[in-house]
Design a protein around this ligand. Structure first.
Ligand SMILES: [Zn+2]
Ligand SMILES: [Zn+2]
Ligand SMILES: [Zn+2]
Length: 237
């Protein structure tokens, strides 16, 4: 019977057997375990291409665990490992009609874009969708979602734009101001009437209003009324 290990030590009157000892001692367990282990000693797993030593019955620890937990040593626990990147990508997409949004079903970033792992790095899912269907994305260009649904990876809902265009299509203050045709006093932002707001800002300024303000300021200064508590009333001088 058991000639090695803890069971070889005779039980003292005071020592208690643990539940594990009882289980190991069960006649049924000894018969199956011992018998098969001895018969298969020094042999390798019966699965083709697996060179690991046999652990129980016909299999190594890995394949025995698969039989135990999944019913088959051939169960594929990571089917994604044997897929091409393209196959792996599209199983994560709820593909609909070309006109519909195709939501990303895997991880979505806090900003709302889907992400897809490409080896060691995470890529944005909508950019991968573009590259898989429409080709590479040149530097200095961005993908704009025409549907404004960031989780959508339908390449028909996207357009390549430059960074400036992308910002000006949005709803940021710069974008809203950039779309206005007139200054706050109603002068048209024609090329001749538009000047840079200066400094590091990308903003623009109405030339008519700017010139009027400067004339008013220097008129005040000539009259010795500068600095003045007054505010320019917007009148064109
Ligand atoms: Zn094996
Ligand atoms: Zn969409
Ligand atoms: Zn103006």
């Amino acid at each position: 019977m058991n000639s090695t290990g803890i069971l070889a030590v005779p039980y003292e009157g005071t020592s208690k057997m643990t539940r594990a000892d009882h289980v190991r001692d069960r006649p049924s367990n000894q018969a199956t375990c011992k018998g098969s282990d001895m018969a298969t000693a020094n042999r390798t797993c019966s699965i083709p291409d697996c060179d690991s030593p046999i652990f129980r019955r016909l299999w190594c620890t890995t394949h025995y665990a698969r039989v135990l937990h999944h019913g088959s040593p051939y169960v594929n626990l990571r089917p994604e490992l044997s897929m091409s990147p393209s196959e792996r990508f599209w199983i994560k997409v709820s593909k609909g009609q070309p006109g519909e949004c195709w939501p990303w079903r895997a991880y979505i970033q806090r900003a709302g874009y889907g992400t897809f792992s490409l080896g060691s790095r995470m890529a944005l899912a909508h950019r991968v969708a573009w590259e898989l269907t429409r080709g590479s994305i040149p530097d200095e260009t961005y993908i704009d979602h025409l549907c404004r649904n960031r989780a959508c990876v339908n390449p028909h809902h996207m357009e390549l734009v430059t960074f400036k265009e992308n910002v000006l299509r949005g709803f940021s203050p710069a974008a809203i101001n950039g779309r206005k045709a007139n200054c706050i006093r109603g002068h048209a932002f024609t090329p001749e009437n538009t000047m840079s707001a200066g400094g590091s800002s990308q903003g623009r300024k109405c030339r008519a209003c700017h010139n009027a303000y400067v004339r008013w300021k220097y008129a005040k200064r000539r009259a010795g009324e500068w600095p003045t508590g007054e505010k320019w009333n917007g009148a064109l001088l």
